[in-house]
Ligand binder design. Structure first.
Ligand code: 6PG
Length: 242
């Protein structure tokens, strides 16, 4: 695997290292294209990063030129405890406030359509309008890794891993809640930068397996199929380090 690995003492330090690198990428993107397009991860791990960004990077990131997207979303209401949007709203968007981060820069995956496939198409249409017909090219995609190797909501052996055309798809997974929307590998692998944030001893085994993968990756470990043209950084804490 051609991933750059950064090992930190704990989740707090890992989050600080990721925040610093995220701010550097944001600065470069705004300087070169006038905009920073960031796809956010759900789960528990990135919450500390989002809190640090809101508390310590209010002035160090040009939030008015930053657009927030989601790499995946559980198909639940925006207020649901399981909603990835809710987690980001509480840890980053509300603490920054609408004067720092314009509400029109926040682009959650929609979960209100009766048919999640229509929701996925709706988001895809929005991405194409934002990025242009060539498709999404995020400056940075944040991802986590599940204990069995899933990333975003791309789970082991899912048909979504084979998707070559669409940028966003609905998936039914063996986790709670089962219905989700996710960026496809096509979208993730078009990114300039990908960060994996991985913390805790329960991830050590899967990190070891992922790092042992050859150049093709393995659909039993979807995270190993993340091979963007750009750079991948794996932020680990000591507990997750094999
Ligand atoms: C989700 C995620 C998922 C997550 C991993 C790691 O919505 O479930 O986006 O891919 O990043 O499961 O989650 P933790 O950070 O909670 O370990």
């Amino acid at each position: 695997m051609n991933w750059q690995i950064r090992v930190s003492k704990d989740r707090e330090e890992l989050s600080r290292a990721a925040a610093q690198e995220l701010a550097r990428i944001a600065g470069l993107a705004v300087a070169s294209r006038g905009r920073f397009d960031l796809a956010l991860a759900g789960g528990h791990t990135p919450q500390v990063l989002y809190e640090i960004l809101a508390a310590e990077y209010r002035e160090r990131i040009d939030w008015k030129r930053t657009h927030l997207f989601w790499g995946d979303e559980r198909y639940v209401a925006a207020e649901d405890p399981l909603s990835n949007y809710r987690m980001v709203r509480e840890s980053l968007i509300e603490p920054l406030g609408p004067l720092a981060l314009p509400p029109e820069n926040v682009h959650p995956l929609p979960t209100t359509f009766a048919d999640p496939d229509v929701a996925a198409q709706d988001y895809e249409k929005f991405l194409l309008a934002h990025f242009g017909a060539v498709g999404p090219r995020f400056d940075l995609v944040l991802l986590g890794i599940g204990p069995e190797g899933h990333t975003a909501s791309l789970f082991p052996n899912s048909p979504a891993l084979e998707e070559k055309v669409r940028w966003v798809v609905p998936v039914r997974v063996n986790a709670q809640p089962p219905l989700r929307l996710t960026l496809t590998l096509r979208a993730i692998n078009a990114a300039e930068n990908v960060f994996f944030l991985v913390s805790g001893a329960d991830k050590r085994e899967i990190v070891a397996r992922l790092l042992a993968q050859g150049p093709e990756g393995f659909s039993e470990y979807p995270a190993s199929l993340v091979r963007p043209e750009g750079r991948v950084m794996l932020f680990l804490d000591q507990a997750a380090k094999p």
